[in-house]
Design a protein around this ligand. Structure first.
Ligand SMILES: [Zn+2]
Length: 178
């Protein structure tokens, strides 16, 4: 690479990525060397794919910053329920306290003759709850409920304060298979 090319490379990469750079664009109109470099840069970017497992942290964070919502996958909060007790009670009604570092949800699981009712209270009025990409109706107390055949279908998503709270199924959160 010539000294000129090295000096222009950052600007050319920016152009190849589709960014505006009037000065560089004007220069390229009269510089064949840089036109060639731009072609190479475009070819490089178009064939460029990070393996997901090896994506640099900065790229992952950049991708997340473009997403309209942040998401938070909730976990079973310690001390909310004796885990062994929850496992023993899977045939009966039980509650789980799920949350992340700042938000908590108490989810109630009620055994029905066939299946389970899942119910929780949402944290604020502008929250919404979603089951399998469909919105759930909430009552006047901002509670939502739905019925599933088995506990491994008890997952849902609550959107509140611009965050997608991913609530795993009771079986997943307790790491039990049945
Ligand atoms: Zn040039």
């Amino acid at each position: 690479m010539t000294t000129h090319a090295k000096r222009m490379w950052n600007a050319i990469c920016a152009l190849a990525e589709g960014r505006e750079d009037v000065e560089a664009q004007t220069h390229l109109e009269t510089c064949q060397e840089c036109q060639k470099l731009l072609g190479e840069a475009r070819a490089m970017f178009s064939g460029f794919a990070y393996p997901i497992t090896a994506a640099p942290q900065a790229l992952v964070e950049a991708a997340y910053s473009l997403m309209p919502f942040k998401s938070s996958r909730l976990r079973l909060l310690s001390g909310s329920l004796q885990l062994s007790g929850a496992r023993a009670k899977l045939a009966d009604d039980f509650q789980l306290l799920l949350g992340d570092d700042s938000t908590q949800f108490r989810v109630m699981y009620t055994k029905l003759p066939a299946g389970w009712q899942v119910m929780l209270s949402m944290p604020e009025a502008e929250s919404s709850a979603w089951k399998d990409d469909s919105p759930l109706d909430s009552d006047t107390n901002n509670r939502v409920a739905f019925i599933v055949e088995s506990l491994d279908q008890s997952d849902l998503v609550v959107v509140s304060g611009g965050v997608h709270f991913i609530i795993p199924s009771a079986t997943e959160v307790m790491d039990v298979s049945g």
